[in-house]
Structure formats: structure tokens, C-alpha cells
Design a protein around this ligand. Sequence first.
Ligand SMILES: C[S@@+](CC[C@H](N)C(=O)[O-])C[C@H]1O[C@@H](n2cnc3c(N)ncnc32)[C@H](O)[C@@H]1O
Length: 373
Amino acid sequence: MVPRSSKLMRNESKDESTESEIVTDISPIIDSLKEALESSNKTQLQKKVMEIAQTTGESLRQSGVSYLPLRKDLDQILESKTLERARYYTKRLLKSLTESKTNGINDINLYRWKEYDEILTDSLWTFDKRDTSGGHLGWYWGNFVPQIPHQIFLRFTKKGDWVLDPFAGSGTTLIEGLRLGRNTIGVDINKETIKRAASLIKSETNVFGTRSVLKNGDSTKISFEDLCKRSGASQVQLVMMHPPYHDIIKFSKNSKDLSNTNSIGKFLQGFGQVVKRTYPVLQDGRYLVLVAGDKYQNGEWIPLGFYLMEEVIKNGYKLTGIIAKNFEDTRAKREQKKLWRYRALVGGFYVFKHEYIFIFKKQNEKDSGADRV
Ligand SMILES: C[S@@+](CC[C@H](N)C(=O)[O-])C[C@H]1O[C@@H](n2cnc3c(N)ncnc32)[C@H](O)[C@@H]1O
């Protein structure tokens, strides 16, 4: 698979384009590098590369493409002390421009890994403010920031993959899926929420012709297998879960709504049912991502996030990462900040400033066998 053979770079930043791809034709660079490789001495080779550096910089900049990673590669060739070294770097650059190597679960071209600055790989995520572009209005109390599905999709899915969100809420996962070319299935118990989410999804431009399926239902009871089949997916390649943080926000009056369970035990039991139902529809070797937070109850810190994490592990998934994500400051939160600080100082507790993103893998048959030994 050579998805970007004639493209230098994708720019996924939505600040610059909602089309999510800014590309330029790089075939002249490829031809020039091939010519440079035919040089019989280092000076000749570096002269040719210098020409590439001088001529391509401006045109790439004009196309809105970041020139930096390529410039660094060209500099490496120009600074080489021997012909062998210069040829080695030229060949390596050529390969990265003409071939693609991925890990099989995303579209990241590992030959050009330096270009994916936007993708986070650290376990601490801080976002200053939420992405409120297009359908991401942020109207739903208890939603997550679109940057979460955005990051997760880029790391754990490919274009054309299917994603299941059993607690879809305002449809953040589905809107982000539409933008990045991932098909999505979302379920939520709250009919009104689903209706509004559906109209926001419709208002987005479907650049990649992807499918977004929204279903009003109870995820503790629903057959995800049937739903997937009806949606045109034999299995999904990612499960994205953002359940209520028990009763912190009451999402509806529906008794099946997990935010209405009258004990943490019942809440976890219900959540466990949902996880169990996802297992058969998730493709082996793919990921389940859980976004969850803790809560205070009668002066006690309840590690809800970790209880939920345990439920997922109990159902056969392997934990592969825990990310702490900040709660961004909204105006309302800023206004209450001093009051909460005062209360914290009086009561000897800490003000919640983070939530968790847990990453789990459904192991391949052979992997899980080996782990059990
Ligand atoms: C934390 S919110 C998810 C928000 C979503 N990530 C977003 O960005 O809008 C949890 C959602 O779970 C839904 N929910 C609660 N119990 C449910 C159940 N049994 N089946 C399906 N959805 C449920 C609630 O209606 C609520 O919309």
C-alpha cells in the first residue's frame, strides 16, 4: 500500500482546512532525487540536492505544506561528509517519499514519522480549549472534547474503518469520524440527544463519503452484532466509550440510563454488560478506548475511572495505556475557581482537574493464549 506516493504530507490541522488533506505534487522532487543518485561524486550530488532545496521551498510553502521535515532531510544530505553517506540519506528520503510502511492499524506512514507532530504520544494531554468548529457546538453537558476522538482515530484506526460508540451523547465521535473518514455507529438512551446529534451530523460536509449510524437504545441490552450487520459492518475496528461518571450528571429520567443507577455497584454492573456486548463485534487485535473520571462522595474520593477500567479488563481486554487529560478552563469554571480553591483549602481535598483515557487491546487469539500461560 502506497497511500501517499505522490504526496509529500498530510496536514490534519482543522485550523487550516476542514478538508483535512493539504497535498502537493512531489513528483519533480522524486525525479530530482533519482537524478542526484546517479551523480558520480559528492559535490555533484549535493549540488543537485541544493537545487531541490532552493526550488521546492517556496512552492511547498505556497501550497500550505510544512516544508520543515523535508528541509531537514535535505540538510542531512548536504552536510554529509562522504559520497556513501550522502547516497544513503538520499535513498532513505526517496524511499520515504515513494513508499509507505504502517503498523496495520492506522494510516501513519512510518517512513515519514517525523511529519506527524500533531499526534500525541505522551501520557499527559492538556488542551487549552475545546474544538468548537462546525457541528462540534459543545452544547451537551457531559460531552468530551473532539480532540479526544480525533487523537484516538489517528492512532488506532484507518480511513474506512468502523467505530462503535455505545454512549454517543451529542455525537462528538460521529462528527469527528465524518471529518476523518471513519464510519461510525453511535447508540444513546436519550432520544432527544440523538435527534439533535443527528441534525448536527447532517450539517457537516461528508468529504470522504463515510457512514454515520445513530441508534436510540439501551447499550446494556442491545445486540451490537445485529446493529453492525444492519449498518453494513461485519465487525468494528474501534470501540470508543464515554459512559456517565455514575450520577454526577443525570442525563435523563430513564431508569435504564446508567446515570440513574442507585449504587456504584449497579452502575459498574450495567457498564460491564455494555463492555461484554462489545467484545464479539470488535475485530481481534484492535482497540477499545474508555474515557472516564472519578468522583467525590461524602468526602471520599471514589476512583470510578479505575473501577471502570477493572470492568473492561475483567471482560478479556488487555490494558495498554492510561492517559491523564486536563479539564480545560471554561468561562463558568474560571469564575468558580476561587470558590473551589477556598472550599478545597477548608475541606482538605483536591479540585478535579483531570480525567482518564484508558486504552485496551482485544488480543489476537494467539496473543491471548500466550498471555494466559
Ligand atoms: C458522558 S455522556 C457521553 C457524551 C459523548 N461522548 C459526547 O461527546 O457527547 C454519556 C452518555 O451515555 C448515555 N447513556 C446512559 N446510559 C445509557 C445506556 N444504558 N445506553 C446507552 N446510552 C446510555 C447518556 O444518555 C449520555 O448521553
